[in-house]
Design a protein around this ligand. Structure first.
Ligand code: PHE
Length: 357
């Protein structure tokens, strides 16, 4: 009786598994692989030697050898995966990463992945101040029907007050005129309508968002800009509440040395209306070129809600009163950071952007 060529198979498998376990990196594994499972490996040599066996013995030995090979290959695969993991965490730790064929050296973690724009971070700060004052934040659509942008705000078609807003029209055909909103005031209308529907008066809300006007950009204007609208509808609200909110906000956002003032103004949806100005942050009220020597900078408009607006959304003006205000977020960013030309906000010059990370 000839001895089986597989008589030492168990030990041989053990020894292959030990070899695999001792491999310390992917490169070593790649080099060792032919000698473990390749044509000149012990497994292949044994395979060839089975040819001399009787058919039945060959079948049994073949099955045994196949099982041995499966065990060895599985051990190789799992060692490969382990080593890849180790290599990855070593690469992360050593400031070197491989992305396919590209090797990046001296990586500093975390990789600088950018940051919110100055306008976005200004908006967030404004929201924080108003939330701390008891307002909630709401948003509305950027494309509005004529009714929301104008009519519900007491600006009928062909009214000369429309000239206050140079408007982009969206051509969707009949039945309604559609515009890119020229201010955030239409969001007031949405909010009041939904409060009426769900019986959710009073309202204390601010509404930030993007607005559009057919303006040529200059040092203080952009055709796409941002406003934040404020709306209070409650019982017994007076102009003193409006002035108090504006002053409290101004000091909280710009600092205790900056104050606000209201000057008579006109908006079709508020009565009385006012323009809202703050101490010029560049000269601190001394007078300079930016504020045209007045010491004050105009930020936006405000006023007591016109009863015609309350009527248009179905709020009883006998029971409820309120005020609204709206001002430029971009202008706030400009004032807070003394930016001479607002166009810097949209030019994407990284040297400018990086200052506000
Ligand atoms: N919507 C006005 C504008 O953009 C500002 C404003 C808001 C005025 C609320 C009064 C009340 O010019």
């Amino acid at each position: 009786m000839t001895t089986s060529p597989l008589k030492d198979l168990d030990q041989q498998v053990e020894s292959l598994l030990a070899t695999i376990g001792a491999l310390t990196d992917a490169e070593a594994l790649r080099e060792a692989e032919p000698s473990i499972t390749g044509k000149r490996s012990i497994l292949s040599t044994l395979q060839k030697s089975l040819g001399s066996l009787e058919p039945e013995a060959r079948r049994d030995a073949g099955a045994e050898l196949q099982e041995a090979r499966r065990i060895v290959e599985a051990a190789l695969d799992s060692r490969r995966a382990e080593l890849a993991l180790v290599a990855r965490s070593q690469a992360l730790a050593s400031d070197r990463i491989e992305l396919g064929d590209v090797v990046v050296e001296n990586v500093r973690w975390p990789v600088n992945a950018g940051h919110p724009s100055l306008v976005a971070s200004t908006q967030r700060r404004l929201e924080d101040v108003f939330v701390a004052m008891g307002f909630r934040v709401s948003e509305g659509p950027e494309v509005e029907s004529d009714w929301y942008n104008f009519e519900a705000l007491n600006i009928p078609p062909a009214h000369p007050a429309r000239g206050l807003w140079d408007t982009f029209y969206v051509e969707l055909g009949d039945p309604e005129t559609v515009v890119l909103r020229t201010h955030t005031s239409p969001t007031q209308v949405h909010l009041m309508e939904s409060a009426v529907r769900s019986n959710a008066l009073p309202i204390h809300a601010v509404m930030p968002g993007r607005c559009f006007r057919r303006d040529a950009p200059d040092a203080r204007h952009l055709a796409t800009f941002h406003q934040i609208e404020g709306l209070v509808v409650d019982r017994g609200i007076t102009f003193a509440d409006l002035a108090g909110v504006i002053e409290t906000f101004t000091r909280a956002f710009f600092g205790a040395d900056i104050s606000s003032r209201l000057r008579p103004g006109f908006f079709p949806f508020t009565e009385p209306s006012a323009e809202f100005e703050i101490t010029c942050t560049i000269c601190h009220g001394e007078g300079c070129r930016t504020c045209s020597q007045t010491g004050w900078i105009e930020l936006g408009g405000c006023g007591m809600l016109d009863p015609a607006v309350l009527d248009a959304v179905g709020i009883d003006a006998e029971e409820w009163s309120g005020f609204a205000f709206g001002f430029g977020i971009d202008r706030c960013a400009q004032m807070r950071h003394q930016i001479a030309d607002m166009r810097a906000l949209i030019e994407n010059d990284v040297r400018f952007l990086r200052q506000f990370s």
